[in-house]
Design a protein around this ligand. Structure first.
Ligand SMILES: Nc1ncnc2c1ncn2[C@@H]1O[C@H](COP(=O)(O)OP(=O)(O)O)[C@@H](O)[C@H]1O
Ligand SMILES: [Mg+2]
Length: 371
């Protein structure tokens, strides 16, 4: 990207980041609460040193048809001269008062349905991001996120999520670069947040011959870790005991600031993954299916991982297979959720769900019984 995306000066004049209301700080930007026509907005401020990151993120938000319930809503991008005469870049988006999923999970626990809603909605956003679409003359390339983690996901007031932070994202289809030089290959494969890096990223072994699938698989690995963080705060999965405090994936194994080398040893060499707690040894269909879904996302073999579309279906099914006979079971009424998926309506017709706990291929089974 060689030039600044078209800016809307009108937005610039009306948008005022309030420097006293810092709401988040990441590696590339500082996020403030601001207002636009009295409406609260979030303003991500990039310094000139992070210009490339700003350009990339705004170019992703401007991808045609990117608007989606589970992707943060972009308002405007702009350039301005900051307080000390330095150039700054502003990215304006909707403000989500619950903040990041990580922050939300550290303050809240959720029941099974609530946890499924969080996980399902993130997956739905990612599946949409990963999809190449043609709508009449309009073309949406497939996009990989490349820095998916629980800080780059925000929670909406209805208990569903949106994905944010496209600073490292890449369009995967459309104007595919023909051949990359070695330097560029490293740039393509070695990005993200260390804790959430897939084994092939840690090994510098991302399969760039099929860049599109490979980069989607890297996102899926990180999604598996996000599921673990989410369900570790699920009250229904810890019956009769208190839910553990929120933990980031690998926090127990690698602490708060793991190095690249730490993660290489843990994830690539020792093939470790976040541990399932004692309480999840219980052999119920829901717990087994959930663990299987996580394992199928963070598989060592990138090509064996679920696609986001497939994970989305699994999460929709998980929401329905909670054992109703359990006293701790939430009132399972998926119709009352805002998950818009026709299969829910099919699946919740009385008498339409029959689950054989002995079935090994749980998901195929549930799917074929309800479809
Ligand atoms: N629209 C928003 N509403 C509320 N909080 C936000 C919003 N955007 C970002 N944040 C907070 O700011 C943090 C940093 O934002 P992010 O876009 O991830 O920046 P970076 O690229 O520096 O990581 C997020 O983890 C989140 O806590
Ligand atoms: Mg971030």
């Amino acid at each position: 990207i060689s030039h600044l995306p078209p800016s809307s000066n009108q937005e610039e004049i009306r948008t005022k980041p309030d420097p006293t209301r810092l709401i988040g700080r990441g590696r590339y930007g500082t996020v403030y609460c601001g207002s636009l026509d009295e409406r609260p907005v979030a303003v991500k401020v990039f310094t000139a040193a992070n210009r490339q990151n700003f350009l990339n993120e705004s170019s992703i938000y401007r991808v045609p048809l990117l608007e989606h319930e589970n992707i943060a809503r972009f308002v405007a991008g702009d350039e301005r001269t900051g307080p000390e005469g330095r150039t700054e870049y502003l990215l304006v988006m909707d403000y989500y008062p619950h903040g990041s999923l990580s922050h939300y999970l550290s303050a809240h626990t959720n029941d099974w349905v609530g946890s499924c809603r969080l996980a399902h909605s993130v997956t739905r956003g990612l599946a949409y991001l990963h999809t190449e679409l043609f709508k009449g003359d309009v073309y949406k390339p497939a996009v990989s996120h490349r820095d998916l983690n629980s800080r780059n996901i925000l929670v909406k007031t209805d208990g569903t999520c949106v994905i944010i932070d496209f600073g490292l994202s890449m369009k995967l289809t459309g104007n595919r670069p023909a051949r990359h030089g070695e330097e560029e290959n490293a740039a393509i494969s070695e990005v993200g947040t260390i804790r959430y890096m897939a084994p092939e990223v840690l090994e510098g072994a991302v399969n760039l011959r099929d860049c599109e699938s490979a980069l989607k698989q890297v996102d899926m690995y990180a999604l598996g870790l996000v599921y673990w963080e989410t369900f570790m705060r699920c009250t229904d999965l810890f019956p009769g005991e208190s839910v553990p405090e929120y933990q980031m994936a690998f926090q127990a194994e690698a602490g708060n600031h793991p190095t690249f080398e730490d993660m290489q040893v843990l994830v690539s060499r020792e093939k470790q993954r976040p541990k399932f707690p004692e309480a999840w040894k219980e052999n119920s269909l829901a717990v087994r299916s959930l663990k299987e879904t996580m394992e199928d996302c963070w598989d060592q073999d990138a090509e064996a991982r679920l696609t986001a579309q497939c994970a989305e279906e699994r999460l929709a099914e998980l929401l329905l297979i909670w054992d109703r006979s359990k006293s701790v079971s939430p009132t399972l009424n998926p119709m009352s959720t805002t998950l818009h998926n026709e299969r829910y309506e099919l699946a919740v017709k009385p008498g339409s769900i029959y689950i054989d706990v002995q079935q090994s291929s749980l998901f195929n089974f549930v799917f074929s019984e309800t479809a």
